[in-house]
Design a protein around this ligand. Structure first.
Ligand code: DON
Length: 555
């Protein structure tokens, strides 16, 4: 490694992790924003557990990281409780009752502007319902305890970080169509800049109302009414009734074994959990540890291609379509592993699940944060309003930025969404349906003991990041800090291109191209956070992705 690269890696590892502080034994938090991580640590220090800490982080992110997530969006929360139970709270958005399969088709063509921006782009958000349920059932604090400190930050303001200002500038054009959004995010006709203090008094009021009245204020009270009125006046379809009908779903966690570990993740409507497990089942057939790096990356890319081909065909909301469990069977993993040529890229023309494995069914711009506590509760939560600043709509007088999660549906066969993903009937729009997601919160156990909590943001690249970090930590023995910093690749079957991070060494890029991959270089593949047990099992460690400005901290 040359000296500059070595300095970069060391700096990245130190910035993203907690290596220099005393090893925390009470609990740990990792998120993409220092204020949010601190809110999680404060919740732990004041008697909360990992669930309380996660909710404190999520609510704070909704104030200081509004481009990625917030109460106008949804989340998947995976919890490993100290008693050994795994819980999946599905707080994904739901399409409104008036949603139709072809609602985004204009002149015969799927119009992604409509699914990404403005009144039609949103589903009913699930974050408030998820957080309230999690705290009530598994926390030690109240939602009120956890939301009020975040309300104070909304009221007093925070200094806008550079990446926030950059993302805001990139969507400013679309945002000018929505005056309530520019009232929050613009000053003197221009988006707020790095270092400006952004105060959100309306959001503070909204948070305080939720503190006082709980989620009813949001789903069955003044917020739902304000949203219904705005939608009606602006050509949207969501109504206050859609809000009253919103419900979280408790889903059965999915798991597979991988080299002596148990990897637990989220079932559909997350596609991520299914495909991370599907790929681990494939990769277990290869001695990744002793392969040269180019062969290893080729094998991983080929596993990604096979899994994403299945995603495009099979995956959708399990309450509406039959998603086969066979996708995560060991037998199917064996079958797919045999299709991989370690030395060369292979053409994958379609999904591959054979008919006899299709019968056992699943019944039924983003952020990831992880927490753990000394009692043995662990959380992996990925939350999102989808792309930066969601639909760009802020509901007047509430400060709430609405999601554009409708774009995660397949709005028309063959029409790619924001992430270049195509889908089939399984993920078409329908009333009350949840759009397919790539969010893949995961918890890795060893002999029943939680060892790692991880997840990522980045659309489909989430799936690839979670896979590679799992392999990096389990097969290659990397620490969380090394795993988040390591260069990543991503192959999503369509388009048939291998995305590689620019910092992947040039010889590896060349070697992958020589093996038949069409290489596309990207500055970054996903943003991930990890919390883990230290190697001696006595304390916690963690890492925030050096690609963003987060922190991992504990006490
Ligand atoms: O649920 C999903 O798959 C997407 N809405 C996630 C979006 C995302 O990660 C944006 N991040 N860059």
């Amino acid at each position: 490694m040359n000296k500059t690269l070595l300095t970069f890696v060391i700096a990245a590892i130190c910035a993203g992790s907690n290596l220099l502080a005393a090893a925390p034994t009470h609990g740990m938090v990792a998120s993409v924003n220092p204020l949010a991580t601190q809110a999680g640590v404060n919740a732990l220090k004041s008697g909360g557990n990992a669930i309380d800490a996660a909710v404190a982080v999520g609510l704070t992110l909704g104030v200081v990281d509004t481009h990625n997530s917030g109460i106008g969006g949804g989340c998947f929360m995976l919890i490993h409780l100290a008693n050994g139970t795994n819980v999946c709270i599905d707080g994904r958005e739901m399409a409104g009752a008036a949603a139709t399969r072809d609602m985004f088709i204009r002149d015969g063509k799927g119009d992604t502007h409509l699914s990404q921006t403005g009144p039609l782009a949103s589903g009913v958000p699930g974050e408030v319902a998820t957080f309230e349920f999690a705290v009530k059932n598994f926390g030690k604090k109240t939602l009120r305890d956890l939301i009020l400190p975040a309300a104070d930050i909304a009221e007093n303001g925070f200094a806008v970080p550079a990446n926030y200002a950059k993302l805001l500038a990139s969507v400013a054009g679309d945002m000018t169509n929505f005056p309530a959004a520019t009232a929050v995010f613009f000053r003197n006709g221009a988006p707020v800049k790095t270092g400006d203090i952004l105060k959100q008094p309306d959001l503070a009021k909204t948070y305080r109302s939720i503190a006082l009245h709980g989620s009813d204020w949001f789903y069955r009270g003044p917020f739902a009414a304000a949203l219904g009125n705005w939608m009606k006046a602006n050509g949207g379809i969501l109504t206050s009734n859609d809000f009253a009908n919103y419900h979280i779903e408790l889903r059965e966690p999915i798991a597979t074994s991988y080299r002596g570990y148990e990897v637990v993740s989220f079932p559909p409507p997350s596609s991520g959990g299914v495909h991370v497990l599907e790929m681990l089942n494939i990769l277990e057939h290869f001695d990744l540890k002793h392969m040269d790096a180019a062969t290893r990356l080729n094998v991983i890319a080929e596993a990604m291609k096979l899994a994403f081909a299945d995603r495009a065909y099979w995956l959708g909301d399990p309450d509406f379509v039959n998603v086969p469990r066979g996708l995560i069977s060991k037998k199917y993993g064996d079958e797919l592993a045999r299709k991989i040529n370690p030395e060369h890229a292979t053409e994958v023309s379609s999904h591959g699940l054979p008919p006899d494995w299709q019968t056992d069914l699943f019944k039924k711009h983003t952020t990831h944060f992880s927490t753990a506590d000394a009692e043995g509760n662990w959380v992996a939560c990925t939350a999102t309003i989808n792309t930066s600043f969601g639909s760009k709509v802020v509901i007047p007088d509430t400060g709430v930025t609405m999601n554009n999660q409708m774009d995660d549906f397949s709005i028309q066969a063959g029409v790619a969404n924001h992430f270049g993903l195509i889908g089939a009937e399984a993920n078409s729009v329908a009333p009350g349906k949840r759009p397919l997601s790539s969010m893949s919160p995961a918890i890795v156990l060893k002999d029943g003991r939680p060892m790692i909590s991880l997840g990522a943001a980045g659309g489909p690249k989430i799936i690839s990041a979670v896979l590679q970090e799992t392999v990096d930590m389990i097969d290659l023995g990397m620490t969380p800090a090394q795993a988040v910093a390591a260069p990543r690749i991503h192959q999503q079957w369509s388009p048939n291109e291998l995305y590689v991070e620019s910092k992947l060494p040039a010889d590896l890029k060349k070697s992958l191209a020589d093996r038949g991959h069409k290489i596309e270089v990207l500055p970054a593949v996903a943003v991930s956070q990890i919390v883990a047990r230290s190697p001696d099992g006595k304390s916690f460690t963690g890492a925030a992705d050096p690609r963003a400005g987060g922190t991992a901290a504990g006490w």
